[in-house]
Design a protein around this ligand. Structure first.
Ligand code: UDX
Ligand code: UDX
Length: 482
């Protein structure tokens, strides 16, 4: 089958998904011009910054890829209409957050930006344009996109270039922190659609670096549903292991030993069995809630309840950790200084969306704690925003204690190193598995803490013996033996 020739790609949305994905496509396909557009001028300026350490997304290896392709066949701009008009293929990679109000609030995805993009594509596209859904979307969204585009198709008048569209679903499976590796050697690429020529065109782009047997072709709805299902299964494993972690703590078992034992069964597999403070990130919770909403919509309330419990267990795990910190510190943290090490939702990213640290910090502030928060990559202004302190005038987070806008009397400030964050603290809570937290010299840190002091290791990254021999008390997630 002959593919439709793709010489020019436009991607709407220069976020965590759109930016790295397009950078890798441009890097691997120098013959294709790739234009990434976004409404957010500051973000585009950051993508164009000559200092590659200022890119808006922190991903290992991204700077080198951008350096090779930017200015050659990769551009970042705010000229959305022009980029659409020039494109043979348009990727929609805008955010689709959970709705906060109206029908489906708290569960359904807010598709207003996807719809707006579809309308903009309908208005500005020239000739035949393949529209690719990259954002995670509820099943059957392609129908919305397609009906908007079809309306424009009919509006093409004689004398002008005929305007037509094909819609494809091409969900992204990259994980933050390993985005470049995941894009360069994916387990699979999924393309869903109905027009075989359009499917082939997209498959040929990936074919420049992905082996053909890894490019899976499905119908549109299977592709959309596969993305939600993949994330739901991954999240379910985390809730499962976290539920077992709690039981381990009660019984004297060690969840890492249990994980190794069950993970050695090739039917179960060893990945995604790390107990922790619960999953965060922009996708897992949102996608499961989407699945829940869909199941209810399609008259499957029991299936909806089943998946909803994966999220409920995750929330429970986060509150469980804050509760146990309070309990171990003699039932109160009011006025006590606690060091939070790590704020990103996982290591190797500056992303804090749905980070477990947010809920745990919030709980402890409600209890009146004084939090010193340190993360090697997260901007203190982002922490302020996440803790809902950024209201009208953003606090000067470096300047010292900031009164929290919460019902409790808690305060927080941002530390600049582990040493100044733990100084004077009654406890250190490790919430992100940053490499530097694995190598801390607890014997040197312990004397700076107020005794008796605790280490709460929600990521199981410390050496238990090193912590205990420094005279500190230790709680490690899922470890009933400490
Ligand atoms: C991606 C996916 O697109 C989303 O569906 C998935 O669930 C999470 O990952 P992500 O790239 O992480 O989203 O989102 P974000 O970093 O917020 O980037 C989206 C970008 O789209 C933003 O820069 C925003 O300014 C831009 N945008 C949004 C537009 O350019 N136009 C719009 O109409 C809306
Ligand atoms: C996820 C999916 O992995 C990816 O395929 C999809 O495209 C987007 O959502 P991401 O959210 O970037 O990617 O990170 P991931 O590595 O999956 O981690 C998600 C959360 O689960 C993190 O908070 C992480 O710390 C947590 N996690 C992961 C665990 O608690 N235990 C594990 O064993 C694995």
């Amino acid at each position: 089958m002959t593919a439709f020739p793709i010489r020019n790609i436009c991607c709407i949305g220069a976020g965590y998904v759109g930016g790295p994905t397009m950078a890798v496509i441009a890097d691997r396909c120098p013959q294709i011009q790739v234009n990434v557009v976004d409404l957010n001028e500051a973000r585009i300026a950051a993508w164009n910054d000559l200092d590659l350490s200022k890119l808006p997304v922190y991903e290992p290896g991204l700077d080198a890829v951008v350096d090779r392709a930017r200015g050659r066949n990769l551009t970042f701009s705010t000229q959305v209409d022009a980029a659409i008009a020039a494109a043979d293929m348009v990727f929609i990679s805008v955010n689709t957050p959970t709705k906060t109000k109206g029908l489906g609030a708290g569960q359904a995805s807010d598709l207003r930006w996807v719809e707006a993009c579809a309308r903009q594509v309908a208005q500005s596209a020239q000739g035949h344009t393949i529209v690719v859904e990259k954002s995670t979307l509820p099943v059957r969204t392609a129908e919305v996109v397609r009906s908007i585009l079809e309306a424009a198709q009919r509006q093409a008048v004689d004398g002008e270039l005929p305007i037509s569209f094909s819609v494809l679903s091409n969900p992204e499976f990259l994980a933050e922190g390993t985005a470049i590796r995941d894009l360069e050697s994916p387990d699979r690429v999924l393309i869903g659609g109905e027009n075989p020529v359009a499917i082939q065109s997209l498959a040929e782009i990936y074919g420049h670096w992905v082996p053909v047997e890894k490019i899976l072709l499905t119908n549109l709805w299977s592709s959309e549903l596969s993305k939600l299902t993949a994330n739901a299964f991954l999240a379910q494993r985390i809730s499962s292991i976290n539920s077992v972690a709690a039981l381990c703590e009660r019984t004297g078992a060690d969840v890492r030993e249990v994980a190794r034992a069950i993970g050695s069964d090739s039917r179960i597999g060893s990945k995604f069995l790390q107990a922790g403070p619960g999953f965060g990130g922009s996708c897992f919770q949102k996608d499961i809630l989407n699945l829940v909403y869909l199941c209810r919509h399609f008259g499957l309330p029991d299936v909806a309840d089943y998946w909803e419990n994966v999220v409920a267990l995750n929330t429970w795990q986060q509150h469980r950790i804050s509760r146990l910190v309070v309990q171990k510190l003699f039932g109160t943290v009011t006025g006590k200084r606690l060091a939070l090490l790590g704020f990103a939702f996982k290591a190797d990213t500056n992303d804090t969306r749905e980070a477990p640290a947010i809920r745990i910090a919030h709980d402890l502030l409600e209890e009146g704690a004084q939090l010193a928060i340190y993360d090697p990559k997260v901007d203190p202004q982002q922490i302020a925003f996440d803790l809902q302190l950024a209201a009208s005038s953003p606090p000067d987070v470096q300047a010292g204690p900031t009164r929290a806008a919460l019902s409790g009397e808690g305060t927080w400030w941002s530390g600049t190193s582990v040493a100044d964050t733990v100084a004077g603290a009654d406890a250190a809570l490790i919430l992100t598995e940053w490499h530097e937290f694995r190598q801390l010299d607890w014997a040197a840190l312990a004397p700076w803490m107020r005794q008796p002091a605790w280490v709460f290791d929600a990521r199981a990254v410390v050496d238990p013996e090193a912590v205990k021999s420094s005279g500190l008390m230790l709680w490690r997630v899922g470890d009933g033996a400490v």
